[in-house]
Ligand binder design. Structure first.
Ligand code: CA
Length: 224
């Protein structure tokens, strides 16, 4: 899963971006000021894109972009408030990849994030379908079928199933499930994973047997 860093001081804006991005299968880190954002950036080498607010309480988004560009080509999408004139020329010079104006449609932001990511990293295998012993998942449409019959999964159940399929035959620890599906900043306990696995098994019907419990560790997708 690709990791997105959102640097934005408005809580409501952060929450909505986080929710939408997570529902679209991204791991999301959120920072409420420039200093924290820069720390996250420095400590996470696998960030795929940064959504950066221009008006931050401590550092301006522009100077943060400059600092980021000194060491990385990671795509950056600037977030600007209505009424503030977005300086396209400055953005271009500093290496911003795109920008959105608040208030924005979260769906539009997601579409732009996807476009930048596929432009930057190429179409990933995630655009296609993955199949495992009669369970078929389509990551772009987020549809799942079991022996050709469509089943409805919640976003978390979907991500969990995808994680297990991506790691088929290997044990996936409950900690890994939490980190990959809920994100590193989720303070839940491991039983959250068990609950979702239980629901996922129920929805898989006969195929439930493919998800093996590895006691004390986690789960494994195994058809043997
Ligand atoms: Ca702001």
């Amino acid at each position: 899963m690709q990791k997105v860093l959102v640097i934005e001081d408005e809580e409501g804006m952060r929450d909505i971006l986080k929710t939408y991005l997570e529902n679209n299968g991204y791991i999301v880190l959120v920072a409420e000021n420039g200093k924290t954002g820069l720390e996250y950036f420095n400590n996470n080498k696998d960030i795929s894109i940064i959504l950066l607010d221009i008006m931050l309480p401590d550092i301006s988004g522009w100077s943060l972009l400059k600092t980021i560009r000194e060491k990385s080509k990671v795509p950056v999408m600037m977030i600007t408030a209505r009424g503030e004139e977005y300086d396209k020329l400055l953005g271009f010079e500093l290496g911003a990849d795109d920008y959105v104006v608040k208030p924005f449609s979260p769906k539009e932001v997601i579409a732009r994030v996807k476009a930048i990511l596929s432009r930057t990293y190429g179409a990933s295998e995630e655009d296609g379908k993955t199949e495992y012993k009669g369970i078929s998942i389509n990551v772009s449409s987020r549809e799942v079928t079991v022996d050709g019959e469509k089943i409805d999964l919640t976003p978390k159940e979907f991500d969990l199933l995808k994680l297990l399929i991506d790691n088929k035959g290997k044990v996936v620890s409950r900690e890994k499930c939490l980190n990959e599906v809920w994100g590193y900043d989720f303070y839940g306990d491991l039983r959250t994973v068990d609950t979702h696995i239980k629901q996922l098994r129920e929805k898989l019907g006969e195929k439930r047997k493919l998800i093996k419990t590895v006691w004390g560790i986690g789960y494994k997708l195994d058809g043997e």
